[in-house]
Design a protein. Sequence first.
Length: 155
Amino acid sequence: MKSNEISLRGFAVSGRALHVAAGVMTALILWGTLWPNLQTPIADLPFADKLWHVLAFAAWAGVIAAGWRLPTGTVIAGIALAGATIELIQPLTGRTAELADWGADLSGAVLGVWGARWLLPRCLAWWRTRHRLGRQTAPETPVGAPLVTRLMDMR
């Protein structure tokens, strides 16, 4: 495994790819939340706006949680702060700020971090066991090991 790769339960992922993905997610979220009168394909459904917030912020938080060695609380707090800042800026772009949007952002952040740090390693471990892949990139670590040891071995 190269020095710029991150091991997710033995699956090598380029750290640079995760950082680029986080940058792209940041740009997409800023565009989607600050562009005036943006219409989505499911805009007529009840709570569609909140669903988009949850999904977008879950993806954003998940990529950040997988790509950086930051504590879980720091990732969630950073995403929550970004969501609050976006809601405060929205009236300047002709949109309305809603506390419910920020709640959806926070919910998405929690789901994204949970997905990246709890669910993804278990799914990858299951995939590896199911398909009997060799352990060429990372040794097995117990599920209860510290997050940095368990999820992201930078060697």
